[in-house]
Design a protein around this ligand. Structure first.
Ligand SMILES: O=C([S-])c1cc(C(=O)S)c[n+]([C@@H]2O[C@H](COP(=O)(O)O)[C@@H](O)[C@H]2O)c1
Ligand code: NI
Length: 403
């Protein structure tokens, strides 16, 4: 059974806070401890404890390092450690996608190649335990659709291995690009690890999405700030009662066949998620079509009206359907000397689909006097060369294709 989860980060987010919230929402502490032991055996102890923050109950998680841990870990070495650990595939891929985002942010912030990135605090055993713990907790809870609301980043200054840094610190500012953020209060409310977890694993949903709420987990930060709960909340649930979508259907045997392309185009303009025709044989062996329309609930009435307006039908049947859709974003690749937008479909932090859209490929084909199939083949090769392969960690993506 797969679940959805929505993260309320309006009070900030750090790795230990998110781990605590997932444990508080029911994730197995044993499963989390076992996963961390797989990666860094004997290095840490994960200790949960009930606390209050601004007078409200919450779970705090402390990750106690056995030995003095003075991190200065190079990204390639950490990547090898994580890649070689005996974690379930989905957990390992999610952990790698989080640390890849952290390494990319560090590389950009410090102006160094990613292979030369050295983590400081983020490379410590407790940060590794936070990330591995969160990814194994999501796996244990069977969360396949993780979303997060706006993130409170904080304000002021914070003392770090890099020195006294302005809040949001450079790595957080880099990681947060493209996401809804706010200051939200004094101090460092969102840390690089917390921001990397959210931006690598959670899509953005500004408000709590419809769901059948099972439990709410409340994860505490180390400080107790009177009047402002220093917590992260995770709302864990299953699909909401209302349908994710409706399928409208009608059989039509007396519409001029030349009209159908305009019917489908008008339904898509009216907000249909998809519209298609199925050829059928009706009574008396008459050739006909079933018109099918995938309608978001909010557009159902407008689409019913459009079916009646643009076809000869006298009735529409409909059914509610669930949907599982990939998260999407855009990157690009060098195809025949041009940066061609590539649409990425991803789920659980890993790539599932990577392909150009027809319009972009067709324009490149026309400009180069090439057959479309040549551009599509070159785009597939370029995506492959760029590592945009099914199962690979999701790279940094833009929400829309470049203009
Ligand atoms: O460890 C690294 S690479 C690091 C980079 C930065 C930059 O902004 S650059 C900042 N920090 C600070 O370390 C602590 C711990 O961060 P966690 O993500 O491990 O909680 C925090 O104050 C960061 O601002 C670390
Ligand atoms: Ni740094």
């Amino acid at each position: 059974m797969s679940r959805s989860a929505w993260v309320d980060a309006s009070g900030g987010v750090a790795g230990d806070m998110l781990l605590a919230a997932l444990l508080d929402a029911g994730a197995s502490l044993e499963a989390v401890r076992a996963a961390v032991e797989e990666v860094i055996p004997g290095e840490v102890r994960i200790v949960p404890e009930q606390v209050t923050r601004a007078g409200l109950r919450a779970l705090r998680v402390r990750v106690l390092s056995a030995a003095d841990d003075h991190p200065h870990r190079a990204w390639p070495g950490l990547r090898a450690l994580l890649t070689g650990a005996g974690l379930p595939g989905q957990v390992r891929d999610r952990v790698l996608s989080v640390f890849t985002r952290l390494a990319e942010a560090e590389a950009r912030v410090h102006g160094v190649p990613i292979e030369e990135v050295h983590f400081h605090e983020v490379g410590s055993w407790d940060s590794i335990a936070d990330v591995v713990g969160v990814c194994s907790a999501l796996h244990d809870l069977a969360v396949t659709d993780l979303a997060a609301g706006p993130v409170a980043l904080g304000s002021g200054r914070v003392s770090t291995a890099h020195g006294l840094l302005p809040v949001p610190v450079p790595a957080v500012a880099e990681l947060a690009a493209g996401r809804r953020v706010l200051a939200g209060g004094e101090g460092e409310l969102a840390t690089p690890t917390g921001m990397a977890l959210l931006t690598a694993l959670a899509r953005e949903r500004p408000r709590l999405p419809p769901m059948r709420l099972e439990r709410t987990g409340v994860g505490a930060g180390s400080r107790d700030t009177p009047g402002r709960p220093n917590t992260v909340r995770v709302f864990l649930g299953g699909p909401a009662e209302e349908a994710e979508a409706l399928v409208l259907e009608t059989n039509v045997d007396d519409l001029d066949p030349r009209a159908w392309p305009d019917v489908l185009a008008s339904l898509l303009r009216e907000g249909a998620l998809d519209a298609w025709l199925v050829p059928i044989l009706m009574k008396k062996g008459r050739p006909a079509h079933t018109l099918c329309v995938l309608a978001p609930p909010a557009r159902a009435e407008a689409l019913r009206a459009e079916v009646f307006r643009s076809t000869s039908t006298l009735g529409i049947r409909e059914r509610r359907v669930g949907r599982t859709v990939l998260d999407r974003g855009w990157t690009d690749a060098d195809v025949l000397g041009t940066r061609l937008p590539i649409k990425i479909g991803h789920r659980g932090g890993v790539i599932v689909q990577a392909t150009p859209e027809y319009g972009h490929a067709a324009r490149l084909a026309a400009a180069g006097g090439l057959p479309l199939r040549a551009v599509l083949a070159a785009a597939a090769a370029a995506a492959h060369a760029a590592g945009l392969l099914p199962g690979a960690p999701v790279p940094r993506l833009a929400p829309d294709p470049p203009a």
